[in-house]
Design a protein around this ligand. Sequence first.
Ligand code: RB5
Length: 153
Amino acid sequence: MEVIAIGSDHAAFELKENIREFLIESGYNVKDLGTDSSRSVDYPDFGIAVGECVAKGKCDRGIVICGTGIGISISANKVKGIRAASCSDPYSARLAREHNNANVLALGARIVAPEYARIIVKAWLDAQFLEGRHQKRIQKIARYESGDPNWKQ
Ligand code: RB5
């Protein structure tokens, strides 16, 4: 079974615990990279930790959660090779995988209720990248990220 890294800041600590349980119940192996309480912390510490875990191949995919899903997705997206998608509905989560091959899912604990967050996570986990025309688009992003001046070609 896939290894899923999960990380959150304090604003999303409770939802992170909930989603970790859901992942375990669903048969996934989970790497919990924190935070470990509701004490105030900085979301980049956790977004980047999860992003690096995925980018280095130490886990298969990642889930990052902060108050809105915005700060922690911006942070994860700074890691080379990460395509983090902040989703607040299951349709976006499925397409984030099918079209964008999002290797990190971001959620906002102040945006989605825990039960709905589980539905979003399941939609993303169950979806498969469709490749085809979508492949060349994510390759463009990767070329740009690598500093290739001919990234558009
Ligand atoms: C923390 O108060 C909050 O700013 C953070 O969780 C997140 O929403 C930032 O994008």
